[in-house]
Design a protein around this ligand. Structure first.
Ligand code: 6PG
Length: 279
């Protein structure tokens, strides 16, 4: 991980427990909107990273329905994804497809979000930067280039200037203002699964094969890219998440419970429903 952890990275996560999954999604949506509003009072543009999964998409639908939605100046927001299923464009199982249906299409149509600010991870068979994307690795490389194009001036430059190794090469990604992550019952976040080689990937993105959660091929931000976020929020609901949520919050080994490695430079939030908080 080449991004130097920020002052808040070692601060214990704040855990907020909600009565049920529906209230969790509503509260996470309200929190996201006020986080973007606050960030816009400090800088422009602001960058948010979205997640797939049931809670992640439910949260986006609640944003769409929120009376606060247009308090945010969407013309100054960039949307990114933490991971994507490597499927053809428009496939209903793509995180971007579900996010578009839940929120993003309405923001572009009605709230001034520029289509160019919607940074989807390349789909299988899409043409990106003039080449047809046929592998998760090609999609990851193309997305890393897109992230670099929008990296701010305060990009960490690691130790590359002193001839450091490849792992210290500059990680050129935006300073995400908020990065949402769902968590699987195995403790995975994004498409970073326990015991998987992608956990140790350098660079900003990684192609994933053999995902235990279908589909098997995916693209994911790395922990290095996740660590560039000012705030990282893990949103999880359901009793099946309780054991791994507790393990992650007890700082379990990242190889066993990847969610333990999800930390923001300024703040880390765990937004749980009561069932997921029972661990
Ligand atoms: O592509 C994906 O599947 C997601 O990005 C994944 O990381 C998801 O957020 C978790 O698996 C939680 O999903 P649920 O909320 O549906 O359990």
């Amino acid at each position: 991980m080449s991004a130097a952890p920020g002052p808040g990275a070692d601060r214990a996560p704040l855990v907020v427990v909600h009565p049920d999954a529906a209230v969790l999604a509503q509260a996470a949506a309200a929190r996201l909107l006020t986080r973007l509003l606050d960030a816009q009072s400090l800088r422009a543009p602001v960058h948010a990273v979205l997640t797939g999964g049931t809670v992640g998409i439910r949260t986006l639908a609640e944003v769409a329905a929120s009376p606060l939605r247009d308090a945010v100046d969407w013309t100054g927001v960039h949307l990114w994804w933490g991971d994507e299923r490597f499927l053809p464009d428009g496939d209903p199982d793509r995180n971007a497809t579900q996010a578009r249906e839940a929120l993003v299409d309405s923001l572009v149509a009605d709230s001034g979000l520029p289509a160019a600010h919607v940074h989807e991870m390349p789909a299988r068979g899409s043409i990106t930067d003039g080449r047809t994307i046929t592998t998760p690795e090609e999609a990851a490389t193309a997305y890393a280039a897109e992230l670099a194009r929008h990296a701010g001036p305060d990009t960490d430059h690691g130790r590359a200037d002193d001839g450091g190794d490849a792992a210290s090469a500059p990680l050129r990604v935006p300073r995400f203002d908020v990065l949402l992550l769902g968590m699987g019952p195995d403790g995975h976040v994004a498409s970073l699964f326990p015991g998987h080689a992608a956990l140790a990937a350098d660079g900003a993105t990684v192609g994933v094969h053999g995902s235990p959660k279908p589909p098997p091929e995916r693209v994911s931000l790395t922990f290095g890219a996740i660590a560039r976020a000012r705030e990282v929020w893990v949103v999880a609901a359901g009793a099946e998440k309780a054991e791994q949520a507790a393990a992650a919050l007890a700082d379990g080994p990242v190889t066993d419970v990847p969610a333990a490695g999800a930390r923001g430079t300024e703040h880390t939030l765990w937004l749980l429903d009561a069932a997921a908080a029972q661990g």
